[in-house]
Design a protein around this ligand. Structure first.
Ligand code: DAH
Length: 346
């Protein structure tokens, strides 16, 4: 009987569940087979009764061991099934991960940050101001004549136009920040003003009523046109590549004298002429000039002691040229097929 018990113990230890889908039923069958009323172990206990007295001690111990092993095997099986059920709800870290949607910066933010970054390397700090501005900061302090077309409803979104009061409008350019900074700070001043601007324009591929500008202003003793030119060259090379050339064309802005517009050599055809630069080899990039002495005086800065340069550029245009974007409306449509193309340039 002892060897029979040992064989049964081995069978129990080798037994497993999971041959069918119903593991609990398998466990129950196992229990009935060994521990049921008519099961193998109960039968052995029956036989045990008729054993000679001298075998009872040893066989009794073996039988109890068998019973315990059978019971703990059942517990093990139950535990196994329970864990299996649980594991259906827990994460399997060995599986490949799902693609998760991660946001990215808008291309305009990327370009704006790049411009800020370039200027901050040569000592410019960011200045910000209000988007709803009064006439003084938008036009008068910047030397705009009273009959200048920018003061017309057709160009400017006026917020308030009350009789006898200063007009208030959505700012049409970030040059207004120049005035606020000069009014509140003494030279040397070296700021860059990024921000949103608004103009009363019909929306098309080339124009929008909301867009972004970055303005730079440097005021100190003996600031010259050469300083402006060198700053422009540095910026153009950093932004569009080491081989970029610049050219300055005379222009007019009320707040600068002399004024200029800067072109860069076309970064698409390398200056040979293509449809982006309309065959000229040059791309217009920004407006600039020496701050008009009238503007310095309006802001309380002595124009005999100080001089300065200013420049302003459109961020949408910068991004268009850098990434060959053909239609300005794409920036504001929130079409993920467009936005995702810039995922990697953060
Ligand atoms: N404010 C001008 C515009 O909106 C851009 C500009 C031109 C800014 C020349 C300047 C400048 O500071 O010097 O078109």
């Amino acid at each position: 009987m002892l060897s029979k018990i040992e064989n049964i113990i081995r069978d129990i230890q080798l037994a497993s569940v999971g041959k069918t889908d119903d593991k609990l039923a398998e466990i129950e069958q196992f229990r009935i087979k060994y521990l049921g009323k008519k099961g193998i172990i109960s039968e052995l206990f029956e036989q045990f009764k008729s054993l000679p007295a001298d075998q009872k001690k040893e066989t009794g111990q073996a039988l109890n061991r068998l019973k315990n092993i059978a019971q703990s095997r059942i517990e093990e099986f139950k535990q196994y099934v329970e864990n299996d059920v649980k594991s259906e709800h827990t994460v399997d870290l060995t599986l490949p991960t799902d693609y998760s949607e991660v946001g990215s910066r808008h291309v305009l933010s990327v370009v704006m940050n790049e411009i800020i970054e370039i200027f901050s390397r040569i000592g410019f700090t960011v200045a910000e101001s209000v988007e709803i501005e009064d006439d003084w900061h938008l036009f008068s302090a910047l030397n705009f004549p009273h009959d200048h077309p920018a003061r017309d409803m057709q160009d400017t979104f006026f917020v308030e136009k009350e009789e006898g009061k200063q007009e208030v409008a959505l700012r049409t350019h970030t040059s207004s920040v120049q005035v606020r900074v000069m009014e509140n700070n003494k030279p040397p001043i070296r700021i860059i003003a990024p921000g949103r601007v608004f103009r009363n324009e019909a929306i098309s591929a080339r124009a929008h009523c909301i867009f972004h500008q970055v303005e730079a202003l440097y005021v100190d003793k003996k600031v010259s046109f050469a300083d402006l030119k060198q700053t422009l060259l540095y910026f153009a090379k950093e932004m569009f590549g080491e081989d970029t050339k610049i050219r300055l064309r005379p222009s007019y802005f009320p707040f600068t004298e002399p004024s200029a517009e800067m072109d860069i050599s076309c970064n698409i055809c390398g200056g040979n002429g293509c449809n982006i630069c309309k065959g000229t080899g040059w791309l217009e990039i920004l407006g600039c000039g020496m701050v008009d002495p009238n503007v310095l005086e309006s802001c309380g800065i002595d124009s005999k002691e100080y001089s300065g340069f200013a420049l302003g550029m459109g961020v949408e245009r910068m991004a268009m040229l850098k990434y060959q974007i053909r239609d300005l409306r794409l920036y504001f449509e929130n079409d993920l097929r467009f936005l995702r193309q810039f995922d990697s340039i953060v």
